[in-house]
Design a protein around this ligand. Structure first.
Ligand code: F55
Length: 830
């Protein structure tokens, strides 16, 4: 009955009896050919593969829009409260396969293409993914948008339409080389430009105060320059139903062509303003830790924040509501501090533009915003020089001073704080240059602050935001990260997904706890056999991809040990390298007893300016070169650096992993989400007690997780009692041999000093305590190799890992946000 009502509704909202959006094989084939002809002016015999991809994308897009009309109509009719997610980064991954899955039309689309002699997988391969983020933070935002859409929670995700996303990585002579990303080069069939949804954005200049006729003081911001932000919408379809929107802003000149200059013969000046304006959304900063002091970055942040807030207010007011009620209809989430300027901007829009009284405006602001923190690293906490702020956002500096003044006054009067505490909590850092601390602005301007794993949230309260947590404990909460099981199991691992369908039913993608049912089969040897066969096939798949990319042949029977994530010292890729060298040296000496043939795979990008991270990539490649060329160890080990890690590559890595490396120093990784993606695909984890590893281990069971290394408390204790890595080096024979090998010339004969900086850093500083954890890591790996010798037992643990991953669905995370922070509910489509 419900289905009938739904269809009736749809026929009102979209052209009656339209064949354009039918879901049968015939319908899909017909509209594909129609799109090929009318959409891009091609006939089948005269097409390029890219034409075919575009025509199919358009075919899918038509069906998405048809669904969207209903969602949008329902939200507005039910006057539902919704979420605005503000993030400077998104990593959606390829859209085509995801949209087909969510529409439930993959099988018939595959058949339709087959009848036209087109291989659907080849079309999947053509798609360039939007690389609009650096890593975990951007991917998390996309998983959350997927879950918001799937759960039917009204949501708009706002961000920046970078013309050039994260660079493409090439490896030349073992070094990382960066190439410009060109994701828009062949057009983008998934977005729709909305030229009428555009807002003005001011920069620089000065403020003027004047008394109005009513005697009230009002402020005018006279800008130094202005640009316009135009909306580009990408519909994000949820699984089997609703939709959400990704609205990205592109900077444009208000007047695209200066006729006055042109008429004077100054051709260059005539287009200069346009060029300068467009620079704002030209390129993503490729740093995965904060980078203070870059003017363009501050402009990017303010640009997308003001467009988004103006848009939210516009949506609110056109629904006939009062601006003072904004917080009743919108929850606005700040994904880290990158959009934290929103606190000052919303105050400006309310007070200066909409003439709301300060106290009322502050109430609205605090009740709209909530802030998610993603890092504890002190060097990664965003702060902006006051001088820069004054230049780019003079009015916002005044507003921040006012917010700070009132806040500090309250600390003094209501909480009787002393000067030291007040200095610690101020938005302005005054010691050694004046800076604006964005985390303080975000915390003060929000009603909730959350960390991204249980452990991280505790450390946040204990350290980085301790003073705030003591004064307002109710503000702080934890929401452990999650991942979407649609992309990171259904799409990336179809064989395993089909096996799970067969044994637990088909509703696990939206009820991940259902995977528990797999526990019943953990000891079933024929089920284990099927499980192992699938893993083997996935490893074959990855191997042929690696052969194509690197020319290196792999043996899928070996243990595949994978570390895939941004390259960073705290993530300790070099600890893995030290371990590999130790195995190699012992193997050569015939001293390695407990070992199982192993393929070590690394993937990840380094920030272009991060010298040590780039040296680690070079080191991995030198070690790979040495080992892969050494005939003596050929059937024992291989080392691969897979270039250009992105969402697409990630999707073929996770399903092929036997062992997942999550080896950051405890206390450094806020959560991690790769750890969840590997485990959901049946990899066992070797990891430290860091971030979400702690919760994964708790869920899957201690006996099914390889833990090693110092705990946070142990690491802190070791550091405060004086940590001397050099002593460890001298006391551990194996470690000494491994480290000395780095500078022995064996790795880089042409330059023996090449790895000296790394070597000396480890011997004399070792900020991430690799040496302290080395032996425990080596020992732990031996337990891994021992278990590998018992495939039945290994597989049993692998099954149990998958069975117990239910908690880590991003649907669970979004339900937590909805209940604990946003106070939003799914819309009712009927
Ligand atoms: C990007 C730009 C700047 Cl300026 C700073 C940080 C980043 C960034 O990409 N951070 C990031 O990815 N942080 C990660 O967030 C994940 C999602 O919460 C966590 O799982 C992960 O631990 C954390 O490092």
């Amino acid at each position: 009955k419900d289905e009938k009502r739904l269809n009736e509704k749809l026929s009102v909202l979209s052209p009656a009896g339209s064949r354009r959006v039918g879901n049968s094989k015939e319908d899909i084939k017909a509209s594909f050919l129609e799109n090929l002809f009318f959409g891009i002016g091609r006939i089948p015999v005269l097409t390029t593969p890219h034409d075919l991809y575009t025509a199919l994308a358009m075919t899918v897009r038509d069906r998405i829009f048809q669904k969207f009309v209903l969602t949008t109509e329902t939200i507005s009719r039910q006057d539902a409260r919704g979420v605005a997610y503000l993030s400077a980064e998104y990593l959606p991954g390829p859209h085509l396969a995801n949209n087909l899955l969510n529409l439930g039309i993959t099988p018939q689309t595959r058949e339709a293409m087959e009848e036209l002699d087109i291989d659907l997988d080849e079309l999947f391969d053509i798609e360039e993914e939007p690389g609009l983020g650096n890593g975990g933070l951007g991917r998390l935002a996309s998983c959350y948008l997927d879950s918001l859409a799937t759960l039917g929670i009204p949501a708009i995700a706002y961000g920046i339409r970078y013309e050039f996303g994260i660079f493409d990585q090439m490896i030349k002579d073992g070094w990382q080389v960066e190439l410009t990303d060109k994701w828009l080069h062949y057009g983008n069939p998934w977005e729709v430009v909305r030229p009428e949804t555009a807002y003005e954005v001011k920069f620089g200049g000065r403020t003027e105060y004047s008394k109005g006729p009513d005697g009230k003081l009002s402020v005018t911001w006279i800008p130094g320059s202005e640009v316009k932000g135009t909306a580009y919408d990408t519909p994000i379809l949820g699984y089997q139903g609703n939709g959400a929107v990704l609205r990205l802003w592109r900077a444009e000149a208000i007047e695209s062509f200066d006729f006055a200059a042109f008429n004077l013969g100054d051709y260059y000046r005539a287009v200069e303003a346009k060029m300068i304006s467009e620079n704002i959304t030209k390129v993503l900063y490729p740093n995965d830790q904060a980078l203070g002091g870059k003017e363009l970055r501050l402009k990017q942040q303010y640009f997308f924040v003001t467009c988004s807030l103006q848009d939210i207010m516009h949506l609110h007011l056109t629904q006939g509501r009062r601006i003072e009620q904004l917080h009743e209809k919108f929850a606005i989430q700040l994904n880290d501090t990158h959009p934290a300027i929103a606190v000052a901007e919303l105050m400006r829009l309310l007070v200066d533009v909409h003439q709301v009284e300060w106290e009322k405006a502050w109430h609205v602001t605090q009740n709209c915003f909530a802030y998610t923190n993603h890092t504890l690293l002190p060097e990664a906490l965003e702060k902006w020089p006051v001088q820069l702020f004054e230049k780019v956002l003079p009015r916002h500096l005044e507003i921040i001073y006012e917010i700070n003044h009132r806040f500090l006054e309250e600390l003094r009067t209501r909480y009787a704080c002393d000067d030291a505490q007040i200095a610690r909590m101020s938005i302005i850092e005054e010691s050694g240059g004046r800076y604006i601390r964005m985390a303080h602005l975000a915390t003060i301007g929000s009603h909730k602050v959350n960390g991204v794993s249980a452990m991280h949230s505790e450390l946040l309260k204990k350290e980085v935001l301790h003073d705030f947590a003591v004064l307002s404990p109710e503000k702080f909460c934890n929401i452990t990260n999650g991942i979407t099981p649609r992309r990171f199991l259904c799409i990336c691992n179809p064989l395993l997904a089909a096996l799970i369908d067969k044994h637990v039913g088909i509703d696990w993608p939206t009820n991940l706890e259902r995977l528990k049912k797999l526990e019943d089969f953990a000891d079933d040897t024929s089920f284990q056999k099927e499980w192992m066969d699938i893993k083997y096939k996935n490893k074959q798949n990855l191997s042929s991809q690696i052969l194509r990319q690197t020319g290196i042949e792999l043996d899928p029977a070996m243990l595949f040990d994978i570390q895939a994530k941004r390259i960073h010292e705290y993530k300790r890729q070099h600890l893995k390298v030290l371990h590999i060298i130790s195995l190699y040296l012992r193997l050569k000496k015939g001293e390695l007893a407990n070992f199982s043939p192993c393929t070590f795979i690394f993937a990840g990008k380094a920030a272009p300016g991060y010298v040590m991270a780039k040296l680690i990539i070079k080191l991995i490649n030198c070690v790979a070169e040495l080992i892969n060329r050494d005939a003596e160890v050929q059937d024992q080990m291989k080392v691969i650096f897979l270039p250009d890690f992105n969402v697409k590559k990630a999707q073929s890595l996770y399903p092929a992993a036997d062992l997942s490396e999550q080896i950051s120093l405890a206390g450094m990784e806020a959560s991690g989400t790769g750890n969840m993606k590997f485990a959901l695909n049946g990899a066992l984890t070797i990891g430290t007690l860091d971030g979400a590893n702690v919760e994964i281990r708790q869920e899957v069971g201690e006996e099914n997780f390889f833990v090693f290394g110092h705990s946070v408390e142990q690491a802190q204790a070791a550091k405060s009692s004086g940590y001397h890595p050099f002593d460890i080096y001298q006391q551990n024979q194996l470690l000494k041999e491994v480290l000395d090998f780095l500078i022995s010339g064996a790795l880089a004969p042409e330059d023996t000093q090449l790895f000296k900086p790394l070597y000396e850093n480890l011997l004399y500083q070792d900020p991430y305590m690799l040496l302290a954890d080395f032996q425990d890591y080596v020992d732990c790996q031996e337990r891994v190799y021992k278990l590998w010798l018992d495939p039945g037992e290994w597989t049993r643990k692998s099954i149990l890992n998958v069975a117990r991953m239910g908690k880590f669905s991003s649907d669970r995370s979004i339900k937590d946000y909805s209940d604990m922070i946003w106070n939003v509910k799914p819309i009712n489509l009927m």
